[in-house]
Ligand binder design. Structure first.
Ligand SMILES: C[S@@+](CC[C@H](N)C(=O)[O-])C[C@H]1O[C@@H](n2cnc3c(N)ncnc32)[C@H](O)[C@@H]1O
Length: 261
């Protein structure tokens, strides 16, 4: 961990399974979850979080189909537009794009985990992957599937409005790659979510995360203050800032691990 993001704000993390993760018992995971939950400042229910994201995404239901189209060109254009995303986000997502382009996407089974509006998952389908979009919010999945149809890849994209703590819509080891953008820190607080994520990733598969990395206590304090001052709803589910503790928990289940500031 020594070379990990000294003052880091966001990190791109790549974890490769060691191939034996499915042998860990449920009790093990449950204990870890209570550990994380104990450090949380507030608790929200899955229904509260679903309602929050349904309302947050509802405005996008009116987006016309042509504006939902995504492909490599549109993604690269958006990420290089200085008038678009914040600089920090452009850096992060530019790095994510390079990482994902370095993977073999065509023909792979990929899960876009906590997909939100489905941009990344649908883009990967346009590169030839068979993609499953998963999100707690049915509104998010509706928009993601419309995006897939508008982008011409409806036949390669499935959508599931489910809680990541119960992925029984998928078989064991169904996915070659799981990508989670700003999502794992939401789901980790739900009992069984990590066990389910590990169950559906095939031995030797890869988990790629784009997350805020909370290794700096002062920055974390400022983030929390900012959320309070801006009266951010608890339902936004930002209690966990992914830090060494959560990464250590994850790393135990993976054979190799890389992080990039
Ligand atoms: C910050 S958003 C990130 C969305 C998208 N990945 C992105 O990068 O724009 C977090 C997402 O996690 C989803 N989420 C939160 N808890 C979840 C759960 N238990 N199961 C599945 N998705 C969940 C939310 O609905 C929301 O879409």
């Amino acid at each position: 961990m020594a070379n990990l993001l000294p003052g880091g704000i966001r990190a791109r993390l790549v974890l490769k399974t060691c191939g034996h993760h499915q042998n860990f018992g449920q009790l093990y995971f449950q204990m870890e979850y209570s550990d994380i939950a104990a450090g949380m400042t507030s608790r929200i229910t899955v229904d509260q979080e679903r309602n929050f994201y349904d309302s947050a995404y509802a405005a996008h239901l009116h987006t016309p189909d042509h504006a939902l189209i995504i492909n490599r060109h549109s993604l690269q254009k958006e990420l290089s537009d200085p008038g678009g995303l914040f600089y920090e986000r452009r850096l992060l997502y530019g790095a994510v794009l390079r990482q994902l382009l370095s993977e073999q996407l065509a023909g792979r089974a990929i899960l876009d985990y906590g997909c939100g509006l489905g941009e990344w998952g649908v883009w990967m389908a346009t590169e030839g992957a068979a993609v499953a979009l998963v999100d707690l919010s049915p509104v998010a999945i509706e928009i993601g599937l419309r995006r897939a149809a508008a982008s011409g890849v409806a036949n390669r994209v499935r959508g599931f409005a489910v809680d990541a703590a119960n992925l029984n819509c998928f078989q064991d080891a169904e996915f070659d790659l799981i990508y989670a953008s700003a999502a794992l820190h939401h789901t980790l607080k739900y009992s069984n979510a990590l066990a389910e994520l590990l169950r559906v990733l095939r031995p030797g598969g890869k988990l790629i995360l784009a997350e805020t990395y909370g290794n700096n206590t002062a920055l974390n304090w400022l983030r929390r203050l900012n959320w309070r001052l801006r009266k951010q709803a608890n339902e936004a589910g930002e209690e966990i800032i992914l830090s060494v503790r959560e990464l250590d928990l994850l790393r135990r289940h993976f054979g190799s691990y890389r992080s990039h500031p």
